[in-house]
Design a protein around this ligand. Structure first.
Ligand code: SF4
Length: 369
């Protein structure tokens, strides 16, 4: 450590004074848009004030999502073999990680995974494929599988297929896909540090194509890649400006063989502050604790649900998660409830309401009433 570091740290603490968290939550509940300075203050919340920050953030979470928790399951439908060079990813062309590599799963495999997702109380099933973007053949395959899942299981469908053209996005929407996941991952400023084969603007264009096609946006990021606090706040506020409905917050799982192996500068309290930041910046959005939660939040995982309202369950793309049984127990121990399969998205609610000849009670399936 440099002899100047304690001084820099002390100056930083002085320049970002602590806030009255309850007052901040009240203002957010009254419609205040979190500022960048307030976001930095949340990330610098003194540990001794963390219970107060969590309690205040929980008021915001509770207004929009009650005590409900939504489970999300994903299937890595095509693993490895990606021509892109995202530094955090075990599936990139520059990764030497020992991971399974396979071409697109067939229909039976994807249907079986969707069935397991529904049995695990998941509300949304996400089909993920490594790659820059889908080929036409892959897109045809996904569309066929999505139509089968939607006709047999009560699941919302999210697809994460890389960069999409407007036409590809429209075809997915026509097939009944509710959401597309395409993470911003970090700020515009830091993006070139983590990837050189595509740009932040490429990602923004895909999000625009998804929105224009009428689907909901699922977009979040990864914290712990060596970015500054400013980058985390910038990402949270950009997602707010895009009105993203579903925000997965990942904590970097540094995998051996990737450029970011060995990077490990997060502690559980910092992770909780990050989740509070995303909730206070995006009060109405579904905030999901995603990859790296077991590794970085450790024994503080349950407290994360006072800010977030959603969890990825079972396994991630190339790493294992805790068991669905442990996740269910964690939610039940908090006194929270799992909403289970059903129409979660606004689009899904509208379809369900139309089928029942009524209007949905609220934008989150009745939890706000
Ligand atoms: S595009 Fe996706 S699969 Fe490919 S390296 Fe980047 S994150 Fe990994």
């Amino acid at each position: 450590m440099s002899v100047l570091e304690p001084i820099a740290s002390a100056l930083s603490a002085v320049s970002t004074p602590s806030l009255n968290w309850d007052d901040l939550a009240s203002r957010v509940l009254a419609g205040h848009a979190l500022t960048a300075a307030e976001g930095i203050a949340v990330l610098n919340c003194p540990d001794v004030e963390l219970p107060a920050l969590l309690a205040a953030t929980y008021r915001v979470r509770h207004k929009y999502w009650g005590n409900e928790v939504q489970f999300y399951s994903l299937r890595n439908a095509k693993s490895g073999l990606c021509p892109e060079d995202c530094g955090y990813c075990s599936q990139s062309k520059i990764s030497e990680a020992e991971i399974p590599k396979y071409r697109f799963n067939d229909e039976a495999t994807l249907l079986a995974s969707a069935k397991i997702a529904a049995e695990n109380k998941s509300r949304t099933f996400c089909i993920v494929a490594a790659g820059r973007g889908p080929t036409e053949k892959e897109l045809d395959h996904v569309i066929k599988v999505v139509q089968k899942i939607k006709s047999t299981l009560p699941l919302n469908i999210c697809c994460c297929l890389g960069l999409l053209t407007p036409d590809q996005a429209r075809r997915l929407a026509d097939a009944g896909v509710d959401r597309v996941n395409h993470n911003l991952n970090t700020s515009r400023r830091y993006y070139p540090e983590i990837c050189s084969t595509h740009t932040f603007d490429d990602r923004m264009e895909t999000l625009k194509a998804v929105r224009d096609a009428g689907m909901e946006l699922c977009s979040g990021g990864i914290v712990g890649m060596g970015e500054l606090q400013d980058d985390i706040v910038d990402m949270a506020l950009t997602l707010r400006d895009l009105k993203v409905e579903s925000i997965p917050v990942n904590f970097l799982h540094p995998i051996d063989g990737t450029p970011l192996a060995g990077q490990r500068d997060l502690n559980p309290r910092e992770c909780l502050k990050v989740l509070c930041l995303f909730r206070l910046a995006n009060p109405e959005s579904e905030i999901r604790i995603a990859g790296g939660r077991e590794l970085h939040l450790r024994w503080l995982q349950p407290q994360g649900l006072y800010a977030a309202n959603s969890l990825f369950v079972s396994d991630y793309l190339t790493t294992k998660g805790q068991t669905p049984e442990d996740d269910v127990r964690m939610v039940e121990d908090l006194g929270f409830v799992i909403t289970g399969p059903g129409p979660e998205t606004k689009k899904g609610q509208q379809a369900a309401a139309a089928a029942a000849g009524s209007q949905p009670e609220c934008s989150h399936g009745g939890c706000c009433s």
